[in-house]
Design a protein around this ligand. Structure first.
Ligand SMILES: *[C@@H]1O[C@H](CO)[C@@H](O)[C@H](O)[C@H]1NC(C)=O
Ligand SMILES: *[C@@H]1O[C@H](CO)[C@@H](O)[C@H](O)[C@H]1NC(C)=O
Ligand SMILES: *[C@@H]1O[C@H](CO)[C@@H](O)[C@H](O)[C@H]1NC(C)=O
Ligand SMILES: *[C@@H]1O[C@H](CO)[C@@H](O)[C@H](O)[C@H]1NC(C)=O
Length: 506
């Protein structure tokens, strides 16, 4: 990309993207979509933000790939949350202010996939620095968790109170705001509080998710109360309110995250989770630490990708896949059906290798990390990919059984100063553990399911991955891949694919 995406004198049209960039775009599209196991379905549409005009002009993808603005761009799964982010930029907010407000909004209107009962990865690129920062606010295993805790009841790993990891979302959003925010903390909460207390219209996607998870909703009083208030599931277009969540957000807006991590909201949440059999404690919340590091930076295909270090496998996997494909002589060699074949084969190898990763605070994964970043390793794999055939699973050197993780929400922000944020937030499966705390209105995650367990063995499966076994305070391996791509200094392209049906927003 020769010129930045933003700025009055730098109109970037699709035709000016050079072919390599477009190739990279396509590959990332496929790679990221596949890695998180999500699909973009329905009508693909772009939302265009231009100066002080409306944030949503509803342009469709084939009408243009241009996002241009002097104010900034916010893209969330739900257009209402993009608008919330934009409102923060209009108040003079930093990209991080917009991201926090939009994430809080998503945690209300799209509680199926995100919220303060979950966790996130956030990459922040300041325009003044060539480096990006990574905020790891992923859930951790509670202190009372242990490797074999699901031995007698494997379902408890993904459904119910034992599947709950210590939520990190709010602590992480606050940490990012402390470093970069310009607006008052409580300003960021006002739109989300309004939506939760006054009610919001159920989107077609939420309607679909509710219907898919009817049993989960109906068997939990907290979820049932708000999503089936009259005994039947809400439909798209009907209004849903989450008054308890609104009240919790009001307190957190006033008192800050300590009300959650060392105060009344946390105590109430722990009580609700304990009552249905959980092991989460107030001490777990007090112990929670956001990890702030330099983003992992990799240079591939002439671009710089700033992403999350482990326990996210995302940046490493993306780098390996792109380096494998870049090992072919020309960009044309990854085009068409043959290109798709090569991509799929590259992904199979990458998925096999990524299961050797885990939380670097607990496991020595430096060998695997450097392999996944190495160009010569990528070339070795590329030579193992044949154009005329595919192979039985053993060929891809799978040692450990795969995790099948899914279910996230994503948002990107670039502000007028070209500060950029890429944030992927999750409660893991839709509606997380299937528990909405009745006193706080918070849906809790089932992120413990992203760990591997030694007892999860069967004759038709590979053994579970030891680097991803449960330990108190450990974070489970993740495939979430928030990234910021830069070419020239100050040019930022944010890219991530997500799954709000019918809306693909950049
Ligand atoms: C539920 O019932 C209440 C009171 O009977 C009514 O006001 C409301 O419109 C109903 N909501 C839905 C979604 O049917
Ligand atoms: C928790 O709050 C108490 C006061 O209620 C305070 O003394 C203590 O330092 C706090 N702990 C942490 C970890 O913030
Ligand atoms: C971690 O593993 C690498 C090889 O994979 C080894 O060279 C290194 O010494 C190990 N580090 C520690 C702290 O054990
Ligand atoms: C596939 O291609 C390889 C060389 O690239 C060749 O050795 C092999 O015979 C081919 N296999 C088939 C089934 O055509």
């Amino acid at each position: 990309m020769d010129s930045p995406l933003l700025g009055p004198n730098h109109h970037v049209s699709f035709n000016k993207f050079n072919r390599k960039f477009f190739l990279c775009f396509l590959l990332l599209f496929v790679a990221v979509t596949t890695i998180v196991g999500l699909g973009v379905r329905g009508n693909i549409s772009f939302w265009i933000l231009k100066g002080t005009e409306r944030y949503n002009e509803g342009k469709t993808a084939n009408q243009g790939h241009v996002i241009e603005s002097e104010l900034g761009v916010v893209a969330a799964d739900d257009a209402r949350c993009s608008a919330v982010g934009v409102s923060m930029l209009r108040l003079g907010g930093h990209a991080v202010d917009a991201a926090v407000a939009a994430a809080l909004c998503a945690g209300v209107v799209f509680q199926a996939s995100s919220g303060i009962g979950g966790g996130s990865f956030m990459v922040v690129k300041s325009s003044s620095s060539s480096k990006a920062q990574a905020f790891d606010m992923r859930e951790t295993a509670p202190l009372a968790a242990s490797q074999n805790m699901y031995q007698t009841d494997p379902e408890a790993k993904f459904l119910g109170a034992l599947s709950v990891g210590v939520p990190g979302e709010l602590a992480g959003l606050h940490a990012a705001w402390l470093k970069h925010g310009r607006l008052p903390w409580k300003t960021l909460f006002q739109p989300a509080i309004g939506l939760a207390k006054n009610g919001f219209t159920v989107s077609p996607t939420l309607e679909e998710y509710l219907a898919n998870d009817e049993n989960k909703i109906m068997s939990d009083p907290g979820l049932r109360n708000i999503y089936a208030p009259n005994g039947t599931l809400l439909k798209g277009g009907e209004v849903c309110s989450n008054v308890e969540l609104g009240k919790s957000l009001e307190i957190l807006a006033e008192e800050g995250p300590q009300a959650f991590y060392n105060g009344t909201i946390g105590e109430k949440l722990v009580k609700d989770v304990t009552e249905v059999g959980g092991i989460l404690t107030v001490e777990d919340l007090r112990n929670y630490k956001v990890e702030i590091t330099d983003a992992m930076t990799v240079n591939v295909m002439g671009y710089t990708i700033h992403g999350m270090p482990p326990p996210s496998s995302g940046t490493l996997a993306l780098s390996l896949v792109l380096n494998i494909l870049d090992s072919y002589e020309s960009p044309d060699s990854v085009k068409g059906n043959l290109g798709i074949h090569r991509l799929i084969e590259a992904l199979k190898h990458t998925f096999a290798i990524r299961m050797n990763l885990g939380d670097p605070d607990f496991e020595n994964i430096s060998g695997t990390s450097s392999e996944m970043l190495s160009r010569s390793f990528a070339q070795t794999i590329q030579r193992q990919i044949l154009d005329n055939t595919t192979f039985p699973p053993e060929y891809y050197m799978d040692r450990w059984s795969q995790l099948r993780d899914h279910g996230t929400s994503h948002l990107c922000v670039v502000d007028a100063d070209r500060n950029a944020v890429s944030l992927t937030t999750s409660v893991n499966w839709h509606f997380g553990a299937g528990i909405r705390s009745t006193s706080t209105g918070i849906v809790v995650n089932n992120e413990m399911d992203d760990f591997s367990t030694p007892t999860d063995i069967s004759p038709d499966k590979l053994p579970p991955a030891p680097t991803n076994f449960i330990e108190p305070n450990k974070r489970p391996l993740s495939s979430m891949t928030p990234i910021i791509i830069t070419k020239v200094l100050l040019a930022a392209c944010l890219l991530r694919i997500w799954h709000f049906r019918g809306d693909f927003q950049i």
